[in-house]
Write a protein of this length. Structure first.
Ligand code: UTP
Length: 278
């Protein structure tokens, strides 16, 4: 079964400037946890314990977050404040962490290809931490794992989006094989509103076969001059089965200020306060 989850975290986060000038976007806190921690928790809950980061310059805080801070630990040992560290300590114990650097920010496809060094020749999960996904039941990666267990196919998470938003996403067209599960027949990266073949948008959760690496190696730069994962996935869909799964739960686009504020309010009201009352 799968063990590895790749986190491409090398992007500049320009939509969040100036906050992201010296701090990684993935370290922005939604209430009291950085975005990337939510993603890592989701991966661990799905049984993916080998966490692989594709990082870049200025991303050191991510490495430090998943490491022991001896001075801090020593300072608060035995005090009430120690309880605040329990969650992250558990994560550090459960996971194994590795990273490599994307030398140039040339798109999500390029970031994933950079991760080949860590992933090797086995299927793997991918989480884009700026898509924060929350669900009362199993997380989105666990849901994708369930589909993968049944089918053994590459699978991407999708959601229906309003027509005016299609231009922000990779859009899939597919034949519905069972309720909420589509076999992908076509994909378009960020189509203009009114020109999209459907409103089924790919969100930042994937289970990929290692054959994607060879396809990415031969994928020319696409939209915005970047190597697009969507282009390689479409090539894969032409030769093998690629599934798109309408996940259960809520997704917040925390790469945008509006989505981030929405997520913060939601987590504060429905997760954080509930935890404090418990
Ligand atoms: P985004 O496009 O949402 O992130 O990529 P970004 O480029 O950092 O954001 P803006 O548009 O400038 O505000 C989705 C994920 O893919 C990673 C990003 O770090 C983010 O987690 N990514 C993107 C890479 O790792 N490398 C890339 O070349 C591009």
């Amino acid at each position: 079964m799968l063990k590895k989850c790749l986190f491409p975290v090398a992007g500049y986060g320009t939509r969040f400037l100036p906050a992201t000038k010296a701090m990684p976007k993935e370290m922005l806190p939604v209430v009291n946890k950085p975005l990337v921690q939510y993603g890592v928790e989701e991966a661990l809950a799905a049984g993916l314990h080998e966490i692989c980061f594709v990082t870049g310059r200025g991303k050191r805080a991510i490495h430090d977050h998943f490491d022991i801070s001896y001075e801090l630990e020593h300072q608060i040992a035995g005090s009430d404040k120690e309880s605040y560290l329990v969650g992250i300590r558990d994560i550090i114990q459960q996971g194994r962490f590795a990273s490599t650097r994307q030398l140039e920010v040339k798109g999500l496809g390029h970031a994933i290809l950079t991760g080949e060094l860590l992933v090797g020749n086995e299927p793997f999960g991918v989480i884009l931490a700026d898509d924060l996904c929350l669900n009362d039941g199993p997380g989105v990666m666990s849901q994708l794992m369930e589909v993968y267990r049944r089918t053994g196919s590459t699978v991407v998470a999708i959601e229906e989006v309003p027509e005016q938003e299609v231009s922000k996403f990779g859009i899939v067209v597919g034949e519905e094989e069972e309720p909420g599960l589509y076999r992908v027949t076509d994909m378009v990266e960020k189509p203009q509103a009114g020109q999209a073949p459907s409103n089924l948008a790919i969100i930042g959760r994937y289970i990929l076969s290692p054959s994607i690496f060879e396809l990415l190696r031969h994928t020319p730069p696409g939209k915005n001059g970047e190597i697009q994962l969507t282009d390689a996935l479409l090539m894969l869909a032409r030769t093998s089965r690629v599934l798109a799964y309408k996940f259960e739960g809520r997704r917040f686009d925390c790469g945008s200020v509006g989505g981030f504020v929405e997520a913060t309010n939601f987590v504060y009201q429905h997760v954080y306060q509930r935890g404090c009352d418990a």
